[in-house]
Design a protein around this ligand. Structure first.
Ligand code: SAM
Length: 177
């Protein structure tokens, strides 16, 4: 288990217990945790992953976006804003004045077209060297991560990372070429 896996357990997000995603996040960005300044995550629920990011990135401002007002939280270095990832204008309003982001995580509705809409809208808010990660990308026989991949702008490259045998435990990792 990585230090980030332990924090996932501590705060109660399923990013380790169910999906084993924290191992990949640690590989992607763990070595430069101290120089991560801005993190954005779509999907707050009870705030577990936002608290995990806050402790793991000791200097970062953490911004969460959620379509349910009751999920918005403000504490420590965590701020949040209302936004619906299927509606680009609400995402742009939510990130106004924040970023650019070293890490953007989509853990929202998990619908492929929502994931695509949010990625096309928010990827331009990525800092140089930043990473955009879409969680729970479905990769069973009836699903096509290719529909998301096809919309990734040319200056970025993407790769699927399968962390468990589950059909919905795919991470799409997007970075500048
Ligand atoms: C899986 S939960 C997030 C869990 C959290 N990231 C964690 O690991 O602790 C998904 C969240 O996405 C939010 N959500 C669902 N549809 C959304 C949408 N269209 N736009 C923004 N947020 C959405 C839900 O309200 C819910 O809080």
């Amino acid at each position: 288990m990585t230090p980030l896996c332990h924090l996932a357990e501590k705060y109660g997000t399923d990013k380790f217990s169910k999906h084993r995603y924290t191992q990949i996040y640690f590989e992607l960005i763990g070595a430069r945790a101290a120089s991560v300044w801005h993190v954005l995550e779509i999907g707050i629920k009870r705030g577990a992953s936002l608290r995990m990011w806050e402790e793991f990135f000791p200097r970062a401002a953490i911004l969460g976006i959620d379509s349910k007002h009751k999920n918005l939280i403000t504490e420590g270095r965590i701020r949040s804003a209302w936004g619906d990832q299927s509606r680009p204008s609400t995402l742009v309003a939510a990130v106004e004045g924040a970023g650019p982001f070293d890490l953007i995580v989509d853990d929202g509705s998990h619908a492929a077209w929502h994931q695509t809409t949010a990625m096309v809208t928010l990827i331009h808010y990525l800092a140089p060297g930043g990473v955009y990660v879409i969680e729970d990308v479905k990769h069973g026989p009836n699903d096509q991560p290719e529909t998301i991949v096809a919309q990734v702008p040319a200056e970025f490259e993407s790769r699927m990372v399968l962390t468990t045998a589950e059909w919905d435990s795919g991470l799409l990792v997007i970075q500048r070429r």
